[in-house]
Design a protein around this ligand. Structure first.
Ligand code: SF4
Length: 335
């Protein structure tokens, strides 16, 4: 069978897609050179932003047109979008929890396989999230926080530690892992020529112990992705982020004190409901003060079912975009 995987969204999706790819290849299937040549098209989806959702739906619609010409073509839609909505006219629809079953559903026996030697390895340590940031769809589509058993993490880690250059521990909020600094320290003491990274962190759960462990063990990379989302206390409260700008700056100060060469990246949402020009200028000021290595800046995207979607004072889309463009430009100049 010739297959194509179309992957969208976060690093956890990249990880799932890589595993599916590996299992299909190990089962003797090959990657198709084009959609027209494929026997199966697998969409590993994301619905964090409305633009992503619309893009994926249009790509699925194109695949459905191909299916009309070639009824043997199998279309599988897995991941967040399939957990959120029904998609008609496709063969396989699986949410995030059973996404890996797509291999079995495509007619193959699912069996655990050793990971391919690779220079980068990704290991899930938590699934789901229950922080309910008011703009975010993830808790609704990925479910409550689940902690992966330590034995499973260790086993996967042992399989890759001697071949991977970079190993990423993944979760929507890795700091929610019980005693995360201890996990990090244990893994960082294993043999192997690797660098250990983790994604994503939540400022409300990120603590000084994690920073101390990062500073202590040379195998832990000096990079951190710490989504700030906005630099204004009024909006952070409306976002239900549970930290203040002062808390966030305090973490940055501690990181830089203990790890002078730390590389800090962040995410920022512009034009959240209720954000005035003055609120936005506070975010600009915070960004200028902190001097991130990089920032992923997005206009706020409404997600049906979230608290923020029902808030009053929605900011017009052109204002959201203009603010995001302004901040991108400020970041560009600073970098
Ligand atoms: S921490 Fe907040 S933004 Fe991140 S996945 Fe959970 S609810 Fe969404």
């Amino acid at each position: 069978m010739k297959f194509i995987i179309k992957n969208y969204g976060c690093q956890m999706n990249v990880n799932t897609a890589a595993k599916i790819n590996q299992q299909l290849l190990a089962a003797g299937h090959v990657v198709a050179e084009s959609d027209e040549q494929a026997d199966a098209i697998i969409f590993n989806t994301c619905c964090v932003r409305n633009t992503a959702e619309q893009k994926i739906l249009s790509h699925i619609a194109l695949a459905k047109q191909l299916k009309q010409k070639n009824p043997q073509l199998k279309i599988a839609v897995i991941g967040c979008l399939s957990a959120k909505r029904k998609i008609h006219g496709v063969d396989i629809l699986l949410g995030t929890e059973d996404a890996m079953n797509v291999v079995e559903k495509l007619g193959e026996t699912l069996r655990p396989l050793p990971p391919e030697p690779t220079s980068t390895a990704y290991i899930d340590i938590t699934y789901g999230c229950e922080n309910y940031c008011s703009y975010c769809i993830v808790p609704f589509v990925r479910g409550k926080l689940r902690i992966r058993p330590i034995e499973e993490i260790r086993a996967e880690f042992n399989q890759v530690k001697d071949t991977a250059k970079d190993i990423y521990l993944l979760g929507q909020n890795v700091n929610a892992y019980p005693n995360f600094p201890q996990l990090l320290a244990k893994l960082a003491q294993q043999s192997g020529d690797f660098k250990l990274h983790f994604l994503s962190s939540h400022p409300k759960d990120f603590d000084i112990e994690t920073i101390k462990v990062m500073a202590k063990y040379p195998k832990i990379a000096h990079d951190i992705h710490l989504p700030m989302q906005c630099g204004c206390d009024k909006i952070l409260k409306l976002m239900n982020r549970k930290y203040t700008v002062a808390d966030y700056k305090n973490i940055i100060r501690q990181l830089r004190e203990l790890i002078p060469d730390i590389h800090i990246t962040t995410d920022i949402i512009c034009g959240f409901p209720g954000e005035t020009d003055e609120d936005f200028e506070e975010t600009v000021k915070t960004v200028e003060e902190i001097k991130f290595s990089a920032a992923y800046i997005f206009p706020y995207s409404n997600r049906t079912g979230t608290v923020a979607d029902k808030m009053e004072n929605q900011v017009p889309f052109r204002t959201r975009k203009a603010r995001a463009t302004k901040l991108v430009e400020i970041m560009r100049k600073m970098s």
